[in-house]
Design a protein around this ligand. Structure first.
Ligand code: CA
Length: 439
């Protein structure tokens, strides 16, 4: 379950100098996958792997045939505009490719001369949507978020009785998921009538929010009718990205009963462009724990291995910049920090639950974790929590206040794994900007 091997050796250095800079986030121990093309060009996107400040062109590397066996098969799947072909191959192939890339990028590698001409400067490429996302499911796995939001919508009954037994989720929309750099018009829609029995309001959303989440990319799927067992589940996961599930709270409050969120969520979602593999995250596994007073998960969601190392220590943060702060060249304001390890359910449980009824997952499907809030003040993963249900504006360092997002606000989500004696493994960032509503 730990997957630790020679690719995780913290002493490894790369012949790509920028990968050895402390805290650069993309050291040789990371090797996240994405798709890219030269900036401003009309070329098709192609798979690449990030190493320091460079992107290695995997489609071009495949033509050079530097690897053998499963690594060569995996590299051959790195063609076309997405990672779906690589994702479909499965864990053994991803691991073989990671090992081959790690060896080829190490200081002293005989393959340096082959790879060096295939490197692109990260700041000269455009990064695309890494996979064709067939289906997108959003979960709700932070007990702290569920309780805080539940209090806003149902003060007497914040946490519904199913929460501690069922990983709650809903089917979202894949077509409006874009990568970091996305901008989108403020959504328009219906809102709750101001008087009981009256007509609903209609117009641009006035309570636009972000949600700090991680996205889980499914690699190898399952046949319809089959289940993915808990202890096999992680071998079906290609890797993780950062996800901003933009949310229109006023639309949500009016539409969410009885079938859950709909137009309040499906107008835009922004992910980070690099997918960090579960293998790269192996050094940051931690025990999955529940409070002693909480029920233990049902057997299909519980195992000794899952309890021992089913959670991941990934630090998360939310930053905000506004038209005013950018005009004054100010750094974005840090709004909150939280950690994935505080979630109530973990990755393997989400896959096991999603397929327990025979639902088939497919390569490139994405599962959102739900807003990842922590237990403390300063760990809120949405404005709805920071502003205490729309009552307390958030003060920004340059003097502005925000109850909810205003036009031209940019929300930046970041995620990284840090621990003493190991290089920082970054998931990069998801940045998105709100534009005025269309007339
Ligand atoms: Ca969400």
């Amino acid at each position: 379950m730990s997957y630790l091997n020679e690719t995780h050796d913290p002493a490894l250095q790369s012949w790509v100098d920028s990968a050895n800079v402390p805290d650069n986030g993309f050291p040789i121990q990371n090797l996240p996958f994405g798709v890219f093309r030269p900036q401003g060009g009309a070329q098709d996107f192609r798979p690449g792997v990030a190493i320091g400040g460079k992107v290695l062109d995997l489609a071009a590397l495949a033509a050079a045939q530097p690897f053998t066996g499963q690594a060569a098969e995996a590299l051959d799947a790195c063609s076309g505009g997405s990672l779906n072909g690589l994702m479909r191959l499965g864990q053994a192939h991803w691991s073989a490719l990671r090992l081959a890339l790690s060896r080829a990028l190490r200081s002293g590698s005989a393959l340096q001369g082959t790879l060096e001409p295939l490197l692109n400067d990260m700041d000269k490429v455009e990064l695309g949507l890494p996979a064709t996302i067939g289906d997108y499911t959003d979960f709700y796995i932070s007990l702290h978020h569920a309780t805080a939001v539940g209090k806003q919508f149902r003060p007497d009954n914040p946490l519904l009785p199913n929460y501690k037994w069922v990983p709650i989720g809903y089917h979202g929309r894949a077509s409006s998921i874009q990568v970091s750099g996305q901008s989108f018009p403020r959504p328009v829609g219906q809102t709750r009538p101001s008087a009981e029995g009256g007509s609903p309001g209609f117009g641009p959303c006035e309570r636009l929010d972000y949600e700090l989440e991680l996205g889980i990319f499914v690699g190898q799927g399952n046949a319809q009718g089959d289940r993915i067992a808990l202890d096999e589940a992680e071998s079906h996961v290609f890797g993780l990205c950062i996800l901003n599930d933009w949310s229109a709270r006023d639309l949500q409050a009016w539409e969410y009963q009885p079938l859950g969120p709909f137009l309040s969520k499906n107008f835009a979602s922004t992910i980070s462009p690099w997918i960090v593999t579960l293998e790269a995250l192996a050094p940051f596994r931690v025990a999955f724990e529940r409070d002693a007073g909480d029920p233990q998960p049902l057997p299909y969601l519980n195992s000794a291995a899952n309890q021992a190392a089913g959670a991941l220590d990934i630090g998360l943060e939310v930053l905000l910049s506004t038209q005013q702060s950018r005009a004054q060249n100010l750094e974005p304001a840090l709004l909150s920090r939280s950690n994935f390890k505080d979630a109530y359910w973990n990755i393997a449980q989400l896959l096991a639950h999603h397929t327990v009824n025979g639902c088939n997952l497919q390569a490139g499907d994405m599962l959102g974790t739900g807003t990842l809030s922590g237990p403390e003040q300063g760990q809120e993963g949405s404005l709805l929590e920071l502003n205490q249900g729309g009552k307390q504006p958030v003060k920004l360092p340059w003097g502005e206040e925000r109850l909810f997002l205003q036009d031209h606000d940019e929300v930046i989500l970041r995620a990284a794994c840090r621990k003493a004696g190991y290089p920082t493994i970054s998931l990069g960032q998801s940045a998105g900007t709100v534009l005025p509503a269309k007339a």
